[in-house]
Design a protein around this ligand. Structure first.
Ligand SMILES: NC(=O)c1ccc[n+]([C@@H]2O[C@H](COP(=O)([O-])OP(=O)(O)OC[C@H]3O[C@@H](n4cnc5c(N)ncnc54)[C@H](O)[C@@H]3O)[C@@H](O)[C@H]2O)c1
Ligand SMILES: N[C@@H](CCO)C(=O)O
Ligand code: NA
Length: 818
């Protein structure tokens, strides 16, 4: 024997009932012996409750609602039963509706609705749905029989939530099924007292009916047909990547459903659990899907946890006081009081200091609980043994559940670490010694981020997700997006990293999409779908989305954007940037950003601030971490100036060479920054700071390369005009150096707390003489690299190498989070 149960949505419309009939027929064709339990048509039970309420208040509009219920069932008859048989079925349905109307007339006369009558009214939903489905089946020649569960399920008289008398019920069910081989079509949710008064079985009603019948008949399997593909790893409305759980144990299902998984209500399946009858949760609308099997043992799984669930809204009550330490009975009294007032406790946590107990409850009851406890503990509070009772609101509980967590270490560690890295503060924690549920209380506004971050780490180990927000889609930004796009598959497969670009902005437009932008069409979409850029709005959105593993990338040279870094880091959002502005302002600001990132456990990365993609910042940080000391730094830090001095020849136009550098993507957005020495000054300042010296911008001396007129040029075009005008000046510099057999190099040097930048002419013996193209070179003299310095050399400017450096920083955040 196998029991099938179809829920409200499965029998909610003509179309879905057709589907149900087909499923039943398939079972019959396969020769399975089945019993089928039905819920009321979707929505009908709530309508009946409303109808009852209206009748009690004397509102006669309830009649219209009754008419609608009747019509829905008539429509099923019309659609699924041959015309010549319809008349008798209409009469049958009408008869049941008449009975309901008589009852409601009585209610509206006496203006009173007892729980007993309430149960009777709601029983009509299952009676009607099962009646029409039974008739439809019979009209197809299926040997089927309507079974009113009130004749076999016997309960006490606790209306609304009756207790089953199993001894009697089991006997009646067994007797009934022994008498017939027809398929029994059973009304869910209802039973009756020994005096034949109608009762209902409370929450999870029809599942309960299926479970009672299955247990009584020792069924081999119970199928719960619903409208989703079984139980999921998390609520798919909150976690888009949630997926089906193929097998789950009773205990796990119990833990998960306690935390809001609405698919089944496991307590109602208790009779089946007790007899070790497996339960399958299946989708009427996707019958091919394997669904979820709930049974005593689950198959070995790929994942350490089985599911994540949450309760969106809870309040935490904290009972605290020095008088509680070592005093037995406080908790007994506390929970006694809660029990007396029928207050359901969701979670309890007590630290071993015994100084406080906190527990979570439904926030709707919080105020009442506070009043009750304030009164009941008035004496203890007056004597100062207990402080007043504190309530915290706007909280959620998240639980990770799974048998795999039992006796397995590192899961709590992973859980706390991922929440920590995402800036999710943990307000309270509870783990039962069964070890199959770890629950944490967090702020409600972090719920979605926390759920997704946990789901990602526990279930999507095939790919960690990074969510990127990028400002600046110029030379570097564009190159970066292209590189990310080209590398997406590789990162996913080989580095288990999924990169999702959620937002892009330039000076004109910004575009955000939580689901991620398509990188091959981002530019077009940005132009068509984007809105006018507001940087504060962009930043607010990033914080609002509150996505796990968020990274902000600043690919501008803007001075205002850097003002936002601190607040971003503070919100646990990592920052990656080639923009040097933030790190080359006052030392205190540089320091503050470092600190904020450190305190928040997020990353602030800027390898491309110096030498583009060359590993210069990382090298300095590595030496520092290992305890080396810097004595001297000598460097050529401008790709632009390297290129210019390696390209300029007498006879060429200096201005044209500068233009060429700009075209090649070496210069700053404003090339005056390069030629004034400003860009190099920033870089040597940043290097000195990284090397442990708290330099201020004023500590860097720039011995100017340019004639004053060039320096003073008010615009970029005016600057180029001045360069043309001063061509002789540059030719002179060059010929003088060449006459000595030397080359021009714009060198930055740091020693004894001072940085100097100047144009030098170096001979062939000098290590900087050989430099070609737009190369940079940095020579570090340290305690450990004293005899011969450590040298990093290579292309230090250009879109591809710079974007690659930014990209490497981004990817390193991915590894850090993993
Ligand atoms: N070119 C290189 O070799 C190199 C090397 C290392 C670092 N960098 C740095 O990379 C950064 C970007 O350089 P680029 O050449 O790509 O510049 P770019 O001028 O080509 O692009 C700048 C982008 O930033 C946007 N932008 C500027 N201000 C903005 C604001 N307030 N709000 C929104 N968007 C804004 C612009 O619309 C544009 O899309 C600079 O900080 C530069 O110093 C460049
Ligand atoms: N404009 C810079 C880019 C690298 O920061 C240079 O020429 O070196
Ligand atoms: Na670098």
């Amino acid at each position: 024997m196998q029991v099938l149960k179809f829920g409200g949505t499965s029998v909610g419309s003509v179309e879905s009932i057709k589907q149900v009939l087909q499923i039943i027929e398939q079972h019959r064709q396969q020769g399975n012996s089945i019993a089928v339990v039905f819920s009321a048509m979707g929505g009908v039970t709530n309508q009946l409750i409303e109808i009852g309420r209206m009748a009690t208040t004397g509102d006669t509009d309830y009649m219209e609602l009754v008419r609608r219920i009747e019509d829905r069932h008539f429509n099923v008859v019309k659609a699924l039963i041959p015309v010549k048989e319809q008349g008798k079925v209409f009469a049958h349905v009408r008869g049941i509706i008449n009975e309901l109307e008589d009852l409601l007339r009585g209610v509206s006369l006496i203006r009173e609705l007892t729980l007993r009558t309430h149960d009777l009214i709601t029983s009509f939903g299952e009676r009607l749905s099962t009646t029409v489905i039974a008739e439809a089946l019979k009209s197809r020649g299926v040997p089927a029989q309507f079974l009113d569960a009130r004749t076999v399920i016997k309960t006490d008289a606790q209306f609304g939530q009756a207790e089953v008398n199993y001894t009697l019920t089991n006997q009646l069910i067994q007797d009934h099924f022994a008498k017939t081989t027809d398929i029994q079509l059973v009304t869910g949710f209802i039973g009756s007292t020994e005096k034949n008064e109608t009762t209902t079985l409370g929450r999870g009603g029809s599942d309960y009916t299926a479970s009672i019948i299955g247990a009584a008949l020792n069924a081999i399997l119970i199928d719960i047909w619903t409208d989703v593909d079984g139980m999921m790893t998390a609520d798919p409305r909150k976690v888009p990547n949630a997926f089906n759980i193929p097998t789950i144990t009773y205990a796990e299902a119990m833990e998960l459903s306690h935390f809001g998984a609405k698919v089944i209500y496991p307590p109602s399946l208790q009779p089946a659990f007790a007899r070790n009858i497996p339960i399958r949760v299946l989708n009427t609308f996707n019958p091919e899907h394997e669904g979820t099997v709930v049974s005593r043992t689950a198959e070995r799984r790929q994942y350490t946890i089985t599911g994540i669930s949450s309760i969106d809204d809870i309040a935490l009550v904290n009972v605290q006081g020095s008088g509680m330490i070592g005093v037995a009975g406080v908790s007994a009294k506390l929970f006694g009081i809660l029990a007396t007032h029928k207050i359901s406790v969701i979670l309890i946590s007590q630290a071993s200091s015994e100084h406080s107990i906190c527990f979570a409850i439904d926030p709707r009851g919080a105020e009442q609980v506070k009043q009750i406890l304030d009164t009941e503990f008035a004496t203890e509070i007056a004597h100062g043994h207990i402080d007043s009772i504190a309530i915290e609101r706007e909280l959620s509980v998240i639980a990770t559940v799974g048998e795999g967590m039992r006796k397995s270490s590192g899961i709590a560690g992973k859980l706390f670490s991922v929440l920590g890295k995402n800036g999710v503060n943990i307000v309270a924690v509870a783990q039962g010694s069964s070890e199959i549920n770890i629950s944490v209380v967090i702020n409600k506004n972090n719920l979605s981020k926390a759920l997704n971050a946990l789901h990602n780490i526990f279930f999507q180990s095939e790919a960690r997700m990074l969510n990127l927000f990028m400002v600046g889609t110029g030379l570097i930004g564009k190159a970066l997006l292209n590189q990310i796009h080209a590398q997406t598959d590789y990162l996913r497969q080989e580095k288990l990293l999924r990169i999702c670009v959620v937002g892009v902005a330039n000076t004109k437009k910004m575009l955000l999409d939580v689901k991620g932008l398509e990188l091959d069409e981002w530019h077009e979409r940005q132009l068509t779908d984007g809105v006018t850029t507001s940087l504060p709005a962009f930043i607010e959105k990033i914080k609002d989305y509150n996505l796990p593993n968020s990274v902000f990338i600043d690919c501008t040279s803007d001075k205002d954007i850097v003002q936002h870094y601190e607040s971003l880091l503070d919100a646990n959002i990592s920052v990656v940037t080639p923009n040097k502005v933030a790190n080359s302002g006052p030392y205190s600001e540089y320091r503050r950003l470092q600190r904020t990132a450190l305190n928040r456990g997020v990353k602030f990365l800027y390898e491309t601030n110096v030498g583009a993609g060359l590993p210069i910042i990382n090298t300095v940080q590595g030496l520092m971490t290992a305890g080396d000391r810097f004595l001297k730094i000598e460097a050529i830090l401008s790709g632009t100036l390297s290129f210019i001095f390696n390209t300029f020849r007498p006879g060429l136009s200096f201005a044209d060479v500068v233009r060429e550098a700009k075209e090649k993507g070496y210069t700053e957005p404003d090339p005056r920054d390069d030629l004034s020495g400003q860009d190099v000054a920033r870089k040597i300042l940043i290097l000195a700071r990284e090397a442990g010296f708290p330099l201020e911008p004023d500590d860097v001396t720039i011995n100017n390369l340019l004639p004053k007129a060039c320096l003073d040029a008010p615009t970029i075009p005016a600057f180029f005009e001045e360069l043309e005008r001063n061509n002789d000046y540059f030719e002179n510099l060059l010929t003088q150096a060449e006459a000595r057999g030397e080359k021009l190099r714009f060198v930055a040097a740091f020693e004894n707390n001072k940085a100097v930048i100047e144009l030098r002419s170096v001979g062939p013996e000098h290590p900087f003489y050989q430099l070609t193209g737009a190369d940079n070179i940095v020579s570090f003299t340290t305690e450990r690299y004293k005899e011969r310095p450590l040298v990093v050399k290579g292309p230090g400017a250009g879109a591809e190498v710079t974007a690659a450096g930014v990209f490497a920083d981004v990817v390193s955040i991915g590894s850090y989070l993993a």
